[in-house]
Ligand binder design. Sequence first.
Ligand code: HEM
Length: 392
Amino acid sequence: MNYDPYSRQLQEDPFPTYRYFLEEEPVTYNEQMDFYAIFRFDDVWNATLDWKTYSSRLGPTLENRGQMPGTIMSIIGMDPPLHVRVRTLVSKGFTPRRIAALEKEIRGIAQHYLDAFVGEGGGEIQNAFSNKLPMDVISALLGIPKEMREEFREGVDKMLQRDPETGLPPADAGAAVVRNGQRMIELLEARRRQPQEDLITVLAQSEFEDLDGTRRRLSDGEVCSFVNLLAAAGYETTMKLIGNCIVYLWKHPDQRRELWCDPSLLDGAIEEVLRYDAPSQFQGRVMERDVELHGVVIPKDARVALVTGSAGRDPREYEQPDRFDIHRKADRQLYFGYGQHVCIGKSLARLEAKIALQEIAARFPDYEVDEAGCTRTYQAHVRGYATIPLSI
Ligand code: HEM
């Protein structure tokens, strides 16, 4: 069997394919696309911890073969020690306490979009709400003004889009990257003139110790890469989590009813949606040495996909992994990554999903999804709904 993460069939439903690879071929090589993939929970877990072997220096998508340095993608394309030094510049902004303080603001944004949705009598919720909430939240944190958000969001979507026939990004993706970069430079220049209480300003002003021991600020390019990464990572995944929560709870009406009656189940329900269908299905790495795994040698310099989407369905880690169960108690999880690159925004994503569900439950707890009308995004390593028609 061939593992082609961009094929239409895999993007529609990867789980039968994962089942095959989990049992029959836990390490595979895609000859046509020239990359390896590993599928089992323990293997992915160990790889995320062993950054000296599984390097992030070419970034998390598989296409980069060294044409561009991973640092263009900011921290997600770096290894320690530089990774740690640059990540620290913003990590204080994402502690659970700092994120909890944003609750009122996030709830206000959710209420604004959901009230409008109810006012319209319902309709397609992914674009009316699930996309908007995370983009507004991360933009408010970063300092991206309201009038720029829609264009920026479209640019991010384009960068990650892949044609299911060719596996290539759309022809105008490059232009979208350049346009988003220009907007970032404009914002950064404005912050240098007039600092604000936002992360762009924090990144523009803070100093770190570079590898040669000198203390310096991030360059304009480095700030822009970091802001781009935070905006893209904060939006693309969380909007998919919210869409998945809406659909999977509708598909399990008994569990949905139970959840609405007992809000203490909410946190566990969100974790289960993340495990069941991870918004980020794989993370790319590059090998720093030969490794033999399950009888296959993954050679130095090969690109390898750590398939967290299949790790969430590994029966060696989870009992009855294909069963959706909001009561599940899981000890370990990989859907936010693990180790050096564990998601910086995981508390924020969890809070946004929680508020989204609370506010939906308060307005239209018995919503119905028109499953036949749902469509999917076709993107690099993220998987989720593009549209979810809903009746309320
Ligand atoms: C459901 C929502 C989310 C999911 C499933 C998710 C998933 C992930 C995963 C799997 C990684 C690891 C990447 C790797 O190992 O190469 C990661 C890293 C990252 N995430 Fe998230 N993420 C989510 C939300 C967010 C949010 C809201 C932010 C906003 C700040 C964010 C920012 C980041 C950043 C900056 C990194 C890179 C960290 C590093 O390289 O050190 N993510 N995320």
